[in-house]
Design a protein around this ligand. Structure first.
Ligand SMILES: [Fe+2]
Ligand SMILES: [Fe+2]
Length: 262
């Protein structure tokens, strides 16, 4: 099966592009499952329930988040009720949301999706290795196809989790840095891996935000609101093709440049 995973949707430019292009990309790339990380969809931080519903209506099958999960607290009810969205599996048990979910599409082996947070230069969270062990135990033989979104800052953190999961899951794909890395590969055990698939948002920016404002605050330490940038919108991700055993047979970087409207 062919899985397209799109990295962090940033603000209206990224969100609108996904809504407009999801169906055509699905057809063009013969995608069976379209999974997106949407942690920055709502004006650059968080995800609103209305946006979540529209993503599903547009052809998205499942949604992961990250450190910005609760930036819009309206999403809590969605996390409690929907089986198309997950919280990071190494978040506290008491936090709203499921640690994994099974996405079903007719005639296909279901796809389990899991999100893990890294621990280097990130807020303190539970051990991602223990968390994924628990999740894989729960998934058991319900499916062979497992996609893990590893949401982390450090490439070493992501590689450690990727190597730990080699031969146990279909793909370990990175998010959070918003910058795609050139290391897409299949590990010896058959697990596809990429440190970061890149954001789906405006690339004429500093990780999705207005260049001038971020630079100004970085130089002066004076706070200001970082508007979401608008130009050079790209949808970035990875397409993983897997066999019946749930191991990857190919991984390719996906990048779709959205035509400027004006
Ligand atoms: Fe993040
Ligand atoms: Fe992000």
């Amino acid at each position: 099966m062919r899985i397209l995973f799109l990295g962090d949707i940033v603000g209206k430019p990224g969100y609108t592009a996904v809504l407009q292009l999801a169906e055509s990309i699905r057809k063009q790339e013969r995608i069976d499952f379209l999974i997106v990380n949407a942690e920055n969809a709502s004006d650059g931080s968080g995800l609103m329930p209305r946006q979540f519903r529209r993503l599903l209506d547009a052809g998205v099958d499942g949604v992961t988040l990250g450190d910005h999960i609760f930036r819009r607290k309206d999403i809590i009810e969605t996390l409690q009720k929907s089986d198309r969205i997950v919280k990071p599996a190494n978040f506290p048990d008491a936090a709203a949301g499921r640690t994994w979910t099974l996405i079903n599409r007719e005639g296909l082996e279901p796809l389990a999706i899991v999100s893990l947070m890294g621990r280097v230069f990130m807020r303190p969270v539970d051990c991602p290795f223990d968390a994924i062990d628990r999740v894989l135990e729960e998934i058991g033989d319900q499916t062979t196809q497992v996609l893990v979104d590893v949401h982390a800052e450090a490439t070493s953190d992501k590689q450690a989790i990727g190597r730990y999961l080699d031969g146990k899951v279909t793909a370990v794909l990175g998010t959070h840095t918003h910058v795609p890395t050139a290391d897409a590969t299949i590990f010896p055990g058959g697990t596809a891996f990429q440190c970061d698939v890149g954001m789906s948002g405006p690339y004429e920016s500093i990780i999705g935000r207005d260049i001038r404002r971020v630079t100004q605050t970085t130089r002066t330490f004076e706070p200001c609101h970082f508007h979401v940038a608008t130009k050079d919108v790209r949808l970035c991700g990875a397409i993983v093709e897997s066999n019946d055993q749930g191991r990857a047979v190919s991984i390719e970087r996906f990048e779709h440049r959205v035509a400027e409207s004006s």
